[in-house]
Design a protein around this ligand. Structure first.
Ligand code: PAF
Length: 279
């Protein structure tokens, strides 16, 4: 596996791949890799000739400085995992490489997709995400990009970014991998204590219960039930919604549209998000 730390090295590598007419699959990450990331690498290897990952904890997408400082960094282990999963190359830039001296943000029309949920709870977060993803797409020039469905709203926004600015890139959403107790795999899980990890199982349990009963009652009743259930635990519920899976507009009442339940909670100092398609 080749490791690049500068844009120049990466560009040279990408140029050579393009000359050979090979396709590139790309998995952008912030490191602290887990099975979920590795499943994205596997999906890339199955589809593209060459698989490239990136590891960069992007300061522009953290509205909370402590969250940025606390974010797990496990570079040596990440490199090892990528190597044993036969990744062809990894790009590990520093902030100077990606931003120079200013965290200038990309102006982008989110078409309302950033208004709610993560966008409302973390002001500026998606602006930071599209800024770095745009820079990475320009450098890696991927044919396919593999991203987890766990970050459902991010996936919708990156898909919009690709449609708007990178029409040749196909964004491929991949299923969320879960721990044995249902907790969605996330780099942030490393920061949970053993008991918090156990408590966090209630998030998926609540989503799964909604999925099972979704057609039987009104959306409002479900949301109330879910909120009651989650609030009985020592966690802070930020949002629990049932939304149109395409527009992310909250829904009331039953619908034949594609529907997703989205949740965010705080457990101690750690913020966790999860979602489940209901149909
Ligand atoms: O999902 C992530 O890990 C990040 O938001 C991403 C897409 C790598 C951009 O920094």
């Amino acid at each position: 596996m080749q490791i690049f730390r500068t844009k120049e090295e990466l560009r040279e590598f990408i140029g050579a791949i393009k000359k050979q007419g090979q396709t590139i699959g790309f998995v952008p990450t912030m490191g602290a890799l887990h099975q979920g990331h590795l499943s994205l690498i596997e999906a890339s290897e199955n589809k593209a000739d060459i698989s490239v990952a990136s590891i960069f904890v992007n300061p522009a997408q953290f509205n909370d400085k402590n969250d940025f400082t606390r974010y797990p960094r496990t570079e040596e282990q990440d490199i090892h995992l990528l190597k044993i999963h036969n990744t062809d190359a990894v790009f590990i830039p520093d902030t100077q490489q990606m931003y120079g001296n200013d965290l200038d943000l990309l102006p982008f029309d989110f078409k309302g997709l950033d208004k709610r949920y993560e966008g409302a709870q973390r002001p500026g977060h998606f602006q930071g995400v599209v800024t770095i993803v745009d820079k990475l797409f320009r450098l890696v020039e991927p044919d396919f990009v593999f991203m987890g469905e766990k970050d459902f709203q991010q996936l919708a926004i990156v898909t919009l970014l690709a449609q708007t600015s990178f029409p040749t890139i196909e964004i491929i959403g991949c299923p969320t991998l879960r721990e044995a107790n249902g907790l969605a795999m996330s780099s942030r899980n490393m920061l949970l204590s053993e008991s918090e990890r156990e408590q966090a199982a209630i998030i998926y349990a609540t989503l799964a219960e909604i999925k099972e009963n979704w057609k039987k009652a009104q959306t409002e009743q479900f949301i109330e039930q879910a909120e009651r259930k989650l609030n009985a635990f020592p966690l802070t519920l930020e949002y629990f919604v049932i939304a149109d899976a395409l527009t992310l507009e909250p829904l009331s009442g039953y619908t034949e549209k594609r529907v997703v339940a989205l949740a965010a909670v705080r457990l101690g100092k750690i913020r966790l998000i999860d979602n489940l398609r209901l149909n």
